[in-house]
Write a protein that binds this ligand. Structure first.
Ligand code: NAP
Length: 271
């Protein structure tokens, strides 16, 4: 029931109507017995949105494209590693002070480490956008070799430089003998379901292949990886964990992952 004590949370982005975050957070709040609502805000003017968050005492906000980087100068504090990643996907309003966090890195790392011990592994990270940056900095905290590979070479080389690792063009992935391949590009995301960031022959038996695209969940990359005998991790694993980490920042409580995953699966079926 909404009453005078109900706390307001939301997501800011543009576009934002497709976001699964309202489904994740609204259902989790209900299950956690919290008096809170979560709404999607399609934002045109970021400064006005931030002023509104402070002025109205909105308690927490998820941040999505195109604001993850642009929001940083408006904040009172940015918690590591969001500063290094240069991307904030979570805001906490602590008595009018806005604190920025990044939970994508943690969501990706937890999803990956459920499946594979990264120590000594050779990991190919496809992409150089916001999500790839978060995953790249997460991988840097582990004892593994990272190779960045991006369609636009200068962007990939720039990220590799920041991560102090190498960049290889996507055409050379096949020869790299990777243990783990992570797709952090938008290739394969609806409506480009048949796009693939890699040729099937680059996938070898025994590899772990993680795709962070979550719409569809069984991307072409993951279907081909299964056919080639790879272990696969779909985008829901990271999505659910980064959302759970946001809820933990806002409420101090960790919600159940299984329930979040079921909510997202149901929402994807309805799309
Ligand atoms: P972004 O900042 O716009 O970066 C997009 C990246 O994808 C760039 O590296 C871009 O390469 C590459 N790319 C786009 N289309 C491509 C194609 N057809 N072939 C090869 N590379 C292509 O986006 P982002 O925020 O990093 O998000 C990337 C994907 O991750 C999206 O699908 C998003 O939904 C997903 N994501 C999932 C989660 C999760 O929790 N599961 C979290 C965040 C993001 P160029 O540099 O060459 O343009």
């Amino acid at each position: 029931m909404i009453d005078g004590e109900t706390q307001l949370y939301g997501i800011i982005g543009n576009p934002v109507r497709h976001s699964l975050s309202p489904v994740i957070h609204s259902n989790a709040f209900k299950r956690m017995g919290l008096n809170a609502v979560y709404l999607a805000f399609e934002v045109k003017d970021l400064k006005e949105a931030i002023d509104g968050m402070r002025g109205l005492g909105i308690r927490g906000v998820s941040v999505t494209m195109p604001f993850k980087n642009r929001i940083i100068p408006f904040l009172d504090k940015v918690e590591d590693p969001a500063g290094k990643i240069k991307a904030v996907n979570t805001l906490l309003n602590e008595g009018g002070k806005l604190i920025g966090y990044n939970t994508d890195w943690r969501g990706a790392l937890e999803a990956l480490e459920e499946m594979v011990n990264l120590k000594g592994k050779r990991v190919v990270l496809l992409g150089a956008g916001g999500a790839a940056r978060a995953i790249g900095f997460a991988l840097r905290t582990r004892d593994c070799g990272v190779i960045v590979s991006n369609r636009t070479i200068h962007k990939g080389a720039g990220l590799a430089n920041e991560l102090m690792c190498v960049h290889q063009p996507p055409s050379s992935i096949e020869s790299l003998k990777a243990d783990v391949i992570i797709n952090a590009t938008a290739a394969g995301m609806h409506p480009y379901d048949e796009e693939n960031p890699l040729p099937k022959k680059a996938l070898k038996q025994g590899m772990t292949v993680m795709d962070i695209v979550y719409w569809p969940l069984r991307t072409k990359l993951l279907r081909e990886a299964e056919e080639r005998g790879c272990r696969t991790i779909d985008g829901l694993e990271m999505l659910a964990r980064q959302g759970a980490a946001q809820l933990e920042i806002w409420t101090g409580k960790r919600p159940g992952l299984l329930e979040i995953k079921n909510d997202v699966r149901r929402a994807l079926h309805r799309k």
